[in-house]
Design a protein around this ligand. Structure first.
Ligand SMILES: *[C@@H]1O[C@H](CO)[C@@H](O)[C@H](O)[C@H]1NC(C)=O
Ligand SMILES: *[C@@H]1O[C@H](CO)[C@@H](O)[C@H](O)[C@H]1NC(C)=O
Ligand SMILES: *[C@@H]1O[C@H](CO)[C@@H](O)[C@H](O)[C@H]1NC(C)=O
Ligand SMILES: *[C@@H]1O[C@H](CO)[C@@H](O)[C@H](O)[C@H]1NC(C)=O
Ligand SMILES: *[C@@H]1O[C@H](CO)[C@@H](O)[C@H](O)[C@H]1NC(C)=O
Ligand SMILES: *[C@@H]1O[C@H](CO)[C@@H](O)[C@H](O)[C@H]1NC(C)=O
Length: 470
């Protein structure tokens, strides 16, 4: 197994282009935030006053006869900048569709078809909103032994836990609730493989936690080589013994092959990223039953050309090839590989789209951060097209591709979750954590956003099985 031969294993993120794009987005977002805060403040005030008014006359609030479950999904939110700090307010079924916050009526929600039902097919499950759900999270990090310290935000003293309480709600259908036992039953004698960068590991650990919470005997789940989970591992294979099922992670941030440059290459070339050849470990992914790929965060000038890692195609160095062109070519290589080397009858392949980071006020290395972000973006997203999402969707739609390759389009939904990153709570460390530390605004706390990606994966996986059967 090839050890970590990548030029730079860096702190959270080292990318200029992407950070520039993101800081533009963040500027726009912060304007929207201001509006949101103003609206929230207004609502809170109105609600508080009206509650006071009603309670004086011992009259129930409108809608207060709804059963508790029906208000769950937007439950009570502690508004951080509230004039009454420790007070929590119930939004109940407030209808503020004229503002940027649009909380649908719960009865309408119940009318929505389930994604798994007949007729649920047409629903775009990636188009939706984050809703407050008191029944979340689906697991707690101290109960999950299969998680990096870097994602254990609560255990690393993150003070607010709201980030664990948001559920993804598609606009036009309902998702099934994740059922670890059911998923494990479906995965009996099967292999799930994640290949990609550290955000892949983030999602892989989320799935390990989601599945293992349905297993009482935790010692029946183990790494087959007894290796511990670290960010330096080339690959890790966890077996769920009672189900003869493995959930595996292969570290391959580019998916294509990183190796030595051909002879007679220019002297400044240290590594060659071969955009027309798959990573060496790809021959171990193509036998999987469920394969989740991603690549994107490492396709930056900083992590390639700057470090002497140049692009190679047709066994020749292409010194003039841009990072974007190289990324596009590598995606074509991946799609060709899926078309020709992956068994259509057996393997389902998902390409997870770009996972956005949220550095405000600078990049990861010059003071940028996401510290003290406590709420998602609930209003409409302003323009947020990410060029790498476009490259992936262009390649997927222009190339003839087999029907077993689908996109897990998580970019927009994750874009809303500026509250979901570890920030300074990415290690146990000292008690006096200071926001001036380098912050992790790229990975995600667990439980958190990657759980929702896996819930979507779960829904699509179940749906496909239903469709195959009928
Ligand atoms: C919410 O607003 C919509 C449109 O503005 C309206 O049709 C609906 O009756 C409202 N619902 C409630 C519960 O007030
Ligand atoms: C991804 O999902 C978003 C939200 O539904 C949608 O606007 C966008 O068009 C989708 N992108 C692709 C490439 O399908
Ligand atoms: C366990 O699963 C593997 C595939 O991952 C399969 O080849 C093997 O036959 C299974 N073993 C048993 C005992 O079913
Ligand atoms: C737990 O699982 C391990 C490995 O499969 C097994 O050896 C052990 O007997 C199990 N313990 C219990 C209490 O079932
Ligand atoms: C690369 O670009 C430079 C300047 O833009 C040009 O002079 C050179 O011929 C190009 N080389 C190749 C191999 O295309
Ligand atoms: C989601 O992102 C796409 C680009 O991938 C953009 O065109 C679209 O407007 C976004 N959708 C929403 C609902 O924000």
């Amino acid at each position: 197994m090839r050890k970590n031969s990548n030029p730079v294993e860096s702190a959270p993120e080292s990318n200029n282009n992407i950070n520039i794009i993101h800081s533009r987005i963040l500027k726009r977002l912060s304007l929207a935030e201001l509006c949101l805060a103003a609206v929230a403040f207004f609502l809170v005030t109105v609600l508080f006053v009206s509650r006071f008014f009603y309670s004086n006359f011992e009259t129930p609030l409108p809608n207060s006869n709804l059963n508790p479950g029906s208000v769950d999904w937007l439950g009570s939110i502690k508004v951080a900048s509230s004039p009454l700090p420790s007070q929590s307010f119930e939004y109940e079924t407030l209808n503020v569709s004229s503002s940027s916050l649009s909380f649908e009526n719960n009865e309408e929600l119940e009318k929505e078809v389930s994604f798994l039902d007949e007729g649920g097919d047409g629903c775009d499950i990636f188009d939706g909103n984050w809703v407050w759900d008191e029944t979340y999270p689906l697991y707690n990090s101290p109960d999950c032994p299969f998680m990096d310290g870097g994602f254990r935000c609560s255990e690393n003293s993150r003070p607010n836990h709201q980030y664990t309480k948001w559920r993804w709600q598609p606009k036009h259908c309902n998702l099934p609730r994740f059922d670890g036992e059911k998923m494990l039953e479906k995965l009996r004698n099967k292999r799930v493989v994640f290949a990609g960068d550290s955000i892949s590991r983030n999602q892989w650990e989320s799935l390990l936690c989601l599945l293992s919470s349905a297993v009482s005997n935790k010692s029946s789940i183990y790494e087959v080589n007894r290796n511990p989970i670290t960010k330096h591992s080339g690959y890790l294979i966890f077996k769920f013994d009672h189900f003869n099922c493995t959930v595996e992670y292969y570290r391959s941030p580019f998916l294509v092959l990183l190796g030595h440059p051909p002879p007679k290459s220019p002297p400044n070339v240290k590594y060659a990223l071969k955009v027309d050849q798959m990573d060496r470990t790809a021959n171990r992914w193509n036998q999987a039953d469920l394969l989740i790929l991603n690549s994107g965060r490492w396709w930056t000038y900083e992590k390639t050309l700057r470090t002497g890692c140049n692009f190679e195609e047709g066994r020749k160095m292409k010194m003039n090839m841009s990072v974007e062109t190289a990324y596009k070519k590598s995606m074509e290589t991946v799609v060709d590989w899926v078309n020709t080397k992956v068994n259509k009858k057996k393997t389902l392949v998902y390409f997870r789209t770009y996972s956005p980071s949220h550095f405000r006020g600078g990049s990861w290395k010059n003071g940028g951060g996401c510290h003290m972000e406590t709420l998602p973006e609930l209003g409409p997203l302003t323009s947020n097209e990410h060029s790498y999402v476009k490259i992936v969707s262009d390649v997927l739609s222009s190339k003839k591709r087999s029907s077993n390759l689908e996109m897990l389009n998580v970019t927009n939904m994750s874009m809303r979750r500026k509250d979901g990153h570890p920030s300074i709570y990415n290690s146990k460390g000292d008690k006096n954590k200071s926001p001036s530390h380098i912050q992790d605004c790229s990975h995600w706390c667990l439980p958190g956003v990657p759980d929702s990606w896996n819930e979507l994966l779960y829904a699509i996986f179940l749906k496909r099985q239903l469709l195959i059967r009928t």
